[in-house]
Each structure stands twice: as structure tokens, then as C-alpha cells.
Design a protein around this ligand. Structure first.
Ligand code: BG6
Length: 471
């Protein structure tokens, strides 16, 4: 069977579905956060979000009309298993069957993520990602999804961004359960990776079920200079930002120099010897890369470890350094860099560099750019959204991706984040990423932005190229 380059867009369950208490769905940590936490600074919830649960047919029609041939979305664990494990909710199962069938009917290939951060609340109450039982519960949930949808879905992702999500949950503390504790963070990061490996083990029991990967928030690390100290800092940052996820999923082991360094500051006894076989047999078929920005690194100067974040949407709201890892490195803002209102540096070359690095390290492994996009303030003007900033961002990044492809990286698909406007976690709804505008004030009306048409025309004009992929 021939393979086409996939041009699509992406969303995640909690960020867009809404229907938080419908058809037997259980609660996730984000329901608890958005309803009750004083850290929910924008005071909004995902209760309705983009109402995708009820409008998915319209959304899929727009994908098709927009020339897209793949849709990356996630399954809400609490819809399938309201308590995280145990009783299965048939209505939840049926919903994703309807969604997948609709995609296939429209010639759109589903790319399914099993976990995009909506951890069932009952599991969090028993320790969440700090408890190994969660990893086993995840594997059981994954098995249910494989057996339900495996004959229809050929692209699977275990976990979305283990690095970014866990450091937000346990390092920066801006995501539930809102903890700031390095020791707990590292343990949760390890158990999340274990969960991914256990799910892969389940996956391998099925045949003709396609491929499975992980989605990683790639952050290529650049030093402020070339000194020995900076080189050490860059290596440590690269270990914590990238290798912690890519090494176990590609080679089945964690980087030894990272473990040696971490062991100076943290107790790593939770990394059980008997789990090493699970990691070794849990390597993946492809890498999903979410590329947003890079990391600018200098050597450690002083102070305790911390991570700064800007969820305010006011430029320069975070101090320098952005992050300190005691004894290892500091991450800073490049004074000459270009930043969004949420202090994200726009750095298209990082797309090329990260893809080249993956090729150097892991050879021919298939790569999907599973997310790439920019969050902006946007308003409807005369019924239109002229998002030239997004078009500029996407075209520059796609160009860098294609350059990497020409240079040999095995890139098989690209997904814009996001398909339509949605809940941007702690940033709420004012930070918009969609190709389609959602009028949250007017019954969640969908209005394609200028970028939607730009992307459609871009795909159209490139459709007869085969991008080096067998047709
Ligand atoms: C990625 C996530 O980290 O970035 C998405 O996979 C997220 O879920 C996106 O929405 C943009 O981040 P944010 O915080 O600006 O919404």
C-alpha cells in the first residue's frame, strides 16, 4: 500500500471536546483544576471548550474542505474509563468510533494520542504519575483502545509531551496537581515513561495495527558561547529537555551522564532495575515532534532550581533566567530574539536543527511533526480573521522542515496546532492557535481564518509532489 505525506492539524480532548459531564465521562485533573483551583488564573474551564464533542462532523468537513488528509486528536481517558481503571464506559467507546468512522469516510487518516494530559482524577487521588500503578492502569486503558479501534487507526501515540507536561505539573507547578518539587518531578517523569513503554508492550501483542510513537516537545539547546562550561550546561539541558524522552523510547535506556548528574541532587531509587527490561522492549516505531521554540542555555551561576512561565499574555512577564537547574544549567531569553506575548521565542531554524539532530542520533526513524503553531490574540473584524502572523510563522517553519527533509530526515507528516481555537490550558481562551476561529461568545460558530485558506492552497499546490515518499 502506498504512503502519502500527511498534511493535517491537531487538537486534544480536554482542550476542545467540552461535554465534561455527558454520556458517563468521569472527571480528570483538569476538571478539578478549572472548577476549583485558585491557580486557574484566567478563571475559565473546559466544560464546553470548542464543543467538538457535538460539532466534530462540522469540524471534519472543514478539515476535508481545507485539503487536510490527517487529523491528530486524543482520546479522553476518563471517557473510556471514568475511574481510570475498571468499568468501561460504552458511550465513551462509541463516541470515538463515530469520530473515527467520520474521518475515514472523509478520507482523513486518524492519528490518535492516548494521553494528552487529562489524567482521571481518581488516579491522581492515589498519587497520579508518582504511583507506578498509574503506569499499569495506562497500559490497560491503552489495550482497550487498541482492541476497540486497532482495525481502523494505524497511527498511535502513547503520551503527548511527557517532558513538558510533567515539568509543568511538578516543576513549574502551573498545571495540576500544582507541585513545585524536583524530587517528585523526576519520579513522575520516570513513571510516565514507564507507562509509555508498558503501553507499547500491549501494542506489540496485536497484529496489523499500524505504528506507535510518542510525541515529544523538542527543544534544541543552543549555548550562549562555546566555552567548556557552556558545553556542559547545554548537554545537561539537552538531557533533561530531550534525551530523557528520546533515549528510552528509541534505545530503551536513559542517558548515563544525566543519571550520574541527577544522582548528586536527587534520590533515584524509584528507578527499579527490574523495569529496565520493560524500557528495552518498549521502544517505538516513530517520533512525533512538537516544535514551538528552542532553548538558549548558559552555565549555572547560583540559586535553587526553578522554572518560570508566562501564562499572563503580557510580554516579558517572566524574569531572567527562565529556568535554573542547580549545578547544571540556566535557560535564558536571547536578548536579540523575537518573542510572542507569552514570551515564546520564534525561531524557525530550530525546526531544521532539531530534525537534523534526530537524524544524526536515530537514523532513518519516521518522524511526524505532530504540532507546530503560534498563539496570538485575535479578533473577528468584519466577519474575518486576517492572521498574517500565523501564516508567516507556519510558512517559515514548514520551509525549515522541508529543508531537513531534503537533507535526509525521514519526515512523513506535518500537523498545524491547532485545527480550530481551543482551551489553551492555563492561558485560557484568549491565546488562539486555530486555523479556524471559534466564536466562543456566539454559540461556538466556526469561521475559517486567512491561514486556513493559506494552508489549503499550500497543500493543494504541493499535492502532486511526493516529498520523497512512496506513493
Ligand atoms: C503543546 C501541547 O505543548 O503546546 C498543547 O501539546 C498546547 O496541548 C500547545 O496547547 C500550546 O501551548 P499553550 O500552553 O500555549 O496552549
Amino acid at each position: 500500500m502506498g504512503k502519502k505525506f500527511l498534511w493535517g492539524s491537531a487538537t486534544a480532548s480536554y482542550q476542545c471536546e467540552g461535554a465534561w459531564n455527558e454520556d458517563g465521562r468521569g472527571l480528570s485533573i483538569w476538571d478539578e483544576f478549572s472548577h476549583h483551583s485558585d491557580k486557574n488564573i484566567n478563571n475559565v474551564t473546559g466544560d464546553i471548550a470548542s464543543n467538538h464533542y457535538h460539532q466534530f462532523e462540522e469540524d471534519i468537513r472543514m478539515m476535508k474542505e481545507g485539503g487536510q488528509n490527517s487529523y491528530r486528536f486524543s482520546i479522553a481517558w476518563p471517557r473510556i474509563l471514568p475511574k481510570g481503571k475498571g468499568d468501561v464506559n460504552q458511550k465513551g467507546i462509541d463516541f470515538y468510533h463515530r469520530m473515527i468512522d467520520c474521518l475515514l469516510k472523509n478520507g482523513i487518516e486518524p492519528n490518535v494520542t492516548l494521553y494528552h494530559w487529562d489524567l482521571p482524577l481518581p488516579l491522581q487521588e492515589k498519587g497520579g504519575w508518582e504511583n507506578e500503578e498509574t503506569a499499569y492502569a495506562f497500559a490497560e486503558y491503552a489495550r482497550i483502545c487498541f482492541s476497540e479501534y486497532g482495525d481502523k487507526v494505524k497511527l498511535w501515540v502513547t503520551i503527548n509531551e511527557p517532558h513538558y507536561s510533567i515539568t509543568s505539573m511538578y516543576g513549574a507547578g502551573n498545571y495540576p496537581p500544582n507541585v513545585k518539587d524536583g524530587q517528585r518531578c523526576i519520579k513522575a517523569a520516570y513513571i510516565t515513561m514507564l507507562a509509555s513503554a508498558l503501553a507499547v508492550k500491549e501494542f506489540r501483542k496485536f497484529s496489523n495495527i499500524g505504528q506507535i510513537g510518542i510525541v515529544h516537545d523538542a527543544s534544541p539547546c543552543y549555548g550562549v558561547d562555546d566555552s567548556k562550561e557552556t558545553q556542559f550546561a547545554v548537554r545537561m539541558a539537552d538531557n533533561l529537555f530531550n534525551n530523557w524522552v528520546l533515549e528510552p523510547t528509541m534505545r530503551g535506556v536513559f542517558p548515563q551522564d544525566m543519571l550520574d548528574e541527577l544522582a548528586k541532587y536527587y534520590d533515584l531509587s524509584f528507578m527499579k532495575k527490574e523495569n529496565s527490561e520493560i524500557f528495552k522492549s518498549g521502544t517505538l516505531d516513530f517520533i512525533g515532534i512538537n516544535y514551538y521554540s528552542r532553548s538558549f542555555i548558559r552555565s549555572y551561576t547560583e540559586g535553587e532550581s526553578y522554572i518560570g512561565v508566562n501564562n499572563t499574555g503580557i510580554k516579558s512577564a517572566v524574569d531572567q533566567p527562565l529556568m535554573v537547574m542547580k549545578g547544571m544549567f540556566e535557560q535564558i531569553k536571547d536578548p536579540g530574539g523575537e518573542f510572542t506575548d507569552w514570551d515564546m521565542e520564534i525561531y524557525p531554524q530550530g525546526m531544521y536543527d532539531t530534525l537534523r539532530q534526530i537524524r544524526q542520533r536515530y537514523g532513518d526513524v519516521p518522524i511526524y511533526i505532530t504540532e507546530n503553531g503560534v498563539g496570538l490574540y485575535e479578533k473577528l473584524k468584519d466577519g474575518r480573521v486576517e492572521d498574517d502572523g500565523r501564516i508567516d510563522f507556519l510558512s517559515k517553519h514548514i520551509k525549515e522542515m522541508l529543508r531537513a527533509k531534503e537533507d535526509g530526515a525521514n519526515i512523513c507528516g506535518y500537523y498545524v496546532w491547532s485545527t480550530f481555537d481551543l482551551y489553551s490550558w492555563v492561558n485560557g481562551y484568549k491565546k488562539r492557535y486555530g486555523l479556524v476561529y471559534v466564536d466562543f461568545e456566539d454559540d461556538n460558530r466556526r469561521i475559517p481564518k486567512k491561514s486556513y485558506y493559506w494552508y489549503r492552497d499550500f497543500i493543494r499546490s504541493n499535492n502532486n509532489k511526493n516529498w520523497g515518499i512512496e506513493q
